[in-house]
Write a protein that binds this ligand. Structure first.
Ligand SMILES: [Zn+2]
Ligand SMILES: [Zn+2]
Length: 336
């Protein structure tokens, strides 16, 4: 099969490699669409170390074509693949926190993933997609699972005021998910006017710039108290300072971004003084896949407006270069 193979930091080549051989319990999936993620960029440039050569890609949609076809997924089923692999026996697996498995792995980082014509995956990781969901946007559901997981851990509930800092792909999903979970007010924050307009179109009650505008919007909406929950979806530690400023005493902060900084300024005293809970999250448990698929099928979360580019999967190197270009780009979908 053809695959985009990472051969060294910054080096990707289209190669013909052996078809994956599904083991017991695994199915073979013919990949139709994948999403390119910021994590792929970090693997590509070497800031997340991996064993090489590697086929990246952890947002994968395709059609089951072979392998251990049983009761769970039949041949021809269109599926979204949960990329977190687990042992099924350890402390975390027994608690259904399979994504924290002590012997786990992420497809596309630790083992080969979806940037290829075919991929092998455990049948239990393959979630059937309803006809109504556009397969070209469906890789975004993997991202939605991580958003849904973070918001579930943060116990976002009915009647709450939620602030989303950063309105890239994950921020826009956080806006929609918070509304779906019953938040009465979602305040979306970004420097980018186009992204603010999109957030309002997707359900944010108001979208404002960082800094004084955000502060005023939050205090006005909460009788001067601050937000119940602030989700940091930019992935930069200085944003956590704004999050701590905007949250009310006894509120929750969700540092959803993946932080590369090793040192930063941080208002530690406010953790104590405002009695804040910091709710971090990583990946998502299996149960968030059917839950997220349902949110999209019901129309509570819209994915199509988040796809900004479509490219052939053979153009992965160009897609990764475009990712670092910044600007108004949202999700790049690769067509296989
Ligand atoms: Zn990702
Ligand atoms: Zn395990």
């Amino acid at each position: 099969m053809k695959a985009s193979v990472l051969e060294g930091p910054g080096r990707i080549a289209l190669r013909t490699i052996a078809d994956p051989a599904p083991r017991e319990g695994e199915v073979l999936v013919r990949v139709t669409h994948t999403g390119v993620c910021g994590t792929d960029v970090k693997i590509f440039d070497g800031s997340i170390p991996v064993r090489l050569p590697l086929v990246m890609g952890h947002e994968t949609v395709g059609e089951v074509v072979g392998g251990d076809i049983g009761s769970r997924v039949g041949r021809g089923t269109r599926v979204l693949i949960d990329p977190t692999l687990c042992c099924g026996r350890c402390f975390y697996c027994e608690k259904a926190q399979t994504y924290l498995c002590l012997d786990g792995a992420l497809m596309g980082r630790d083992v080969d993933g979806g940037f290829a014509e075919l991929v092998a995956a455990p049948a239990k990781n393959c979630h059937a997609l309803p006809e109504a969901i556009d397969p070209a946007a469906a890789p975004l559901i993997q991202v939605l699972t991580t958003v849904h997981h973070a918001q579930t851990l943060a116990r976002i509930g009915t009647g709450e005021t939620v602030v989303i800092l950063g309105l890239g792909v994950t921020g826009q999903l956080h806006v929609q998910s918070a509304k779906a979970l019953g938040a009465i007010r979602v305040i979306a924050v970004s420097r980018n006017a186009a992204k603010r307009r999109l957030a309002e179109a997707l359900g944010a009650d108001v979208a404002v710039d960082h800094g004084a505008d955000a502060r005023r919007a939050v205090l006005d909406a909460t009788r001067g108290l601050g937000a119940d929950v602030v989700i940091e979806a930019v992935g930069r530690v200085p944003m956590l300072e704004e999050a701590i400023d905007l949250v009310r005493p006894a509120g929750r902060i969700v540092p959803y971004g993946i932080y590369a900084e090793r040192e930063a300024r941080f208002p530690f005293y406010q953790l104590y003084f405002k009695e804040l809970a910091i709710v971090a999250s990583r990946a998502a448990p299996a149960r968030d896949f059917p839950a997220s698929i349902a949110l999209v099928r019901e129309g509570a979360v819209r994915l199509d407006p988040l796809v900004s580019d479509r490219m052939p999967f053979t153009d992965l190197a160009r897609a990764l270069a475009n990712m670092t270009g910044g600007g108004g780009r949202l999700k790049i979908i690769l067509e296989h």
